[in-house]
Design a protein around this ligand. Structure first.
Ligand SMILES: *Cc1c(COP(=O)(O)O)cnc(C)c1O
Length: 449
């Protein structure tokens, strides 16, 4: 322990130095994702020490409402007694044992509990730790599915504009340009690209592309209902069926990436339900453990899984699997979380608060200075700022909101608001009030200069 760092107990620590000192130590040794480290400490990052419910508490005891659900992973708030207990109980059994060639009791229980709930026929679960890995796995499974069937030439993927599927090379390839992916263009494989959700005819165009490229497509991938990282771009729930029908007609596998939308984020357990589509492969991540431990899963329909069955060490085998895939602690917390999230009041609250958030944004934010659009679905909302403003404006609006004790984050010129499913009405008021003040101050201040 560095003696220069005062104790973190807020009652004894001097009020100003601790957070700054921790930020300096942080900048010195920790490399943060999607973050410019040269300006990190100066941007006054929140250094979290603990949490209570929907609130994070920093090293100086300041409280911040977690209005981004720790980047969309948290569902029921932090330090949920039942989830804490699930981790503790599993710790007394085993923390982790390998899924390669062997099994683990709690992972079996989790897969059995998920099976009747996921929108996939006769589902089989391949667990990993990150959303990007679940997409990577889906892509490899889709590719090998055709190899296993002895069909040549089905080596391409269709994906849509604005898509974000993670930051590994394969998931970056499926994802659209932007998000810093262009730098890696020489490494990204080519895809057949349909328009994104900002184009109302996206699905018809995608369906036509499936028709045109049917002999060479292994699979098509979408984020059902809403493209999160694209800036909360929503689609008509019924629109995806045109693409799903074209995929079914031509045998192209349909992959639904529900890493962001899964586990209640859009008001139903899965967004595919609202779209009335049944993917052949489903990607799960983020909310699967309620934001506790890293876990993701690729869910394969029975007819896909069946093509991988063959002789021991035979070529049909899926030669893929991560060291920590199916981690027992993560599985235990995911299992308990699944029980909690199925309580009717949880999704009912997500829907009611989602409607309330949409109303508050329409009433108080849509006409705020610099705002050109507000979009939301369930508890996933975006506030788009004018392209005419400085490119750092959304950042500054977020910083001003964090100063008021509400943690939000921007993607490009879109301020995202993604509260946990456990958010309350007064907390939503707090979020919107803080945003309203930040927008007014920041944007007016900028237009004056
Ligand atoms: C976040 C996200 C991913 C990537 O998940 P990671 O856990 O960050 O690797 C993939 N797809 C979608 C739709 C996401 O929102």
């Amino acid at each position: 322990m560095n003696p220069d760092i005062p104790p973190s107990d807020s009652t004894t620590a001097p009020p100003s130095s601790s957070a700054t000192a921790w930020a300096a130590r942080d900048q010195n040794r920790v490399w943060h994702g999607f973050t410019q480290m040269a300006t990190y400490a100066a941007s006054r990052p929140v250094i979290v020490e603990r949490a209570e419910g929907n609130w994070l508490v920093d090293v100086e005891g300041r409280r911040y409402l977690d209005a981004i659900s720790s980047v969309w992973v948290n569902t029921l708030g932090h330090a949920v007694p039942e989830l804490d207990q699930a981790v503790r109980e599993q710790l007394d059994r085993v923390a982790h044992s390998t899924m390669l060639g062997n099994g683990n009791r709690v992972v079996i229980e989790l897969a059995e509990a998920l099976a009747p709930l996921v929108p996939v026929d006769d589902p089989h679960f391949l667990f990993a730790s990150d959303g990007a890995a679940s997409v990577e796995q889906a892509a490899k499974i889709a590719f090998q599915y055709w190899v296993n069937r002895g069909v040549n030439g089905r080596t391409k993927f269709l994906s849509i504009g604005g898509a974000y599927h993670g930051d590994t090379i394969g998931s970056l390839s499926l994802g659209a340009d932007g998000f810093g992916s262009d730098i890696f263009d020489d490494l990204r494989f080519q895809v057949v690209r349909a328009p994104g959700y900002e184009d109302a005819a996206w699905a018809d165009t995608a369906a036509a592309l499936v028709h045109d490229h049917q002999g060479e497509l292994a699979a098509a991938i979408i984020e059902p209902l809403v493209q999160g990282a694209a800036g909360i771009r929503t689609a008509e729930p019924g629109s995806a069926s045109a693409l799903a029908d074209a995929c079914a007609q031509h045998g192209v596998l349909l992959i639904c990436d529900e890493v962001a939308t899964g586990f209640g984020r859009t008001g139903t357990l899965f967004a595919s339900e609202q779209c009335q589509i049944t993917p052949d492969l489903l990607c799960l991540g983020k909310g699967i453990t309620g934001g506790y431990l890293p876990m993701s899963a690729t869910v394969a329909a029975g007819h896909v899984y069946a093509t991988f069955l063959g002789a021991d060490l035979g070529p049909e085998t899926l030669y893929h699997g991560h060291s920590y895939g199916g981690n027992a602690l993560a599985a235990a917390v995911a299992l308990r979380h699944l029980e909690l999230i199925q309580k009717p009041k949880v999704l009912a609250n997500a829907r009611a608060r989602g409607a309330e958030l949409a109303e508050l944004l329409a009433k108080r934010i849509a006409r705020a200075p610099g705002v050109v659009d507000v979009r939301s679905i369930g508890l996933l909302a975006g506030i788009e700022l004018s392209e005419n403003l400085h490119e750092l404006t959304a950042r500054r609006v977020c910083a001003a909101t964090v100063e008021q004790g509400v943690l939000v984050r921007s993607i490009g010129n879109v301020v995202t608001v993604v509260p946990p499913l456990s958010i309350t009405s007064p907390e939503l008021e707090l979020i919107v009030g803080a945003l309203e003040r930040s927008l007014t101050e920041t944007v007016n201040g900028e237009m004056a200069t």
